[in-house]
Design a protein around this ligand. Structure first.
Ligand code: HEM
Length: 180
């Protein structure tokens, strides 16, 4: 680990595993429930500055999620957690292979061990970008991600609201992980 102060991101650094995940996803004939397990890697990538004024530190993360029923990867996500110590701003910048990306942020205390970031397609601050097919057929309207860390335990839950199959679907995921 570098000597930089990663603030509230510090305890995340490392490799995590969890096998009590539950995904509720949209399918044409109704919600699909899939128990899952995953690995989650956070790597400290150092500091950076923006426009010579904003100083950030960041972790790169990679989440690989497999269905318990067949051991196949059914979610693969990568991105960054960034922390601006001066303004107490934390943000998750994420991308998924189905051509959706977003930046979700919030303000938290410097020693917070729990937080929730949000983004929405029409939010001027914390937005969502998606390819035309997704916008027209499976539009991500909003995203929230709640994370809590306690020692060697990490718990998250998230809701992705998707406009799909003629309805507004709450696509949810959550898992409890242990430091590997
Ligand atoms: C642990 C996390 C996640 C898992 C396990 C997961 C899994 C799934 C599954 C199984 C489906 C339905 C079947 C399919 O079409 O592949 C689906 C659909 C979808 N997911 Fe996720 N997802 C996760 C997180 C996310 C996130 C973070 C986003 C976006 C911010 C997202 C956006 C979507 C969208 C837009 C769809 C509808 C696309 C479609 O069915 O064609 N998902 N997801």
């Amino acid at each position: 680990m570098s000597e930089l102060d990663y603030g509230p991101l510090t305890p995340l650094i490392g490799q995590w595993r969890g096998d009590s995940g539950m995904d509720i996803a949209p399918e044409p004939d109704g919600p699909e429930h899939s128990p899952y397990y995953e690995t989650l890697l956070f790597e400290a990538i150092g500091d950076l500055d923006n426009a010579a004024r904003q100083d950030l530190v960041a972790l790169r993360y990679h989440q690989v999620v497999r269905r318990k029923s067949n051991d196949e990867v059914f979610h693969n996500e990568t991105g960054y957690w960034s922390w601006d110590a001066e303004s107490h701003l934390i943000a998750r910048t994420l991308t998924i292979p189905r051509m959706v990306a977003l930046v979700a942020g919030c303000h938290i205390a410097a020693h917070a061990t729990e937080w929730e970031v949000r983004a929405a397609w029409d939010d001027p601050d914390w937005g969502i970008v998606q390819a035309p097919f997704m916008r027209d057929n499976a539009k991500t309207l909003s995203f929230r991600h709640h994370l809590k860390i306690a020692g060697d335990t990490l718990i998250y839950d998230e809701t992705t609201v998707v406009d799909i199959y003629g309805e507004r679907f709450e696509h949810t995921d959550g898992n409890q992980l242990r430091r590997a």
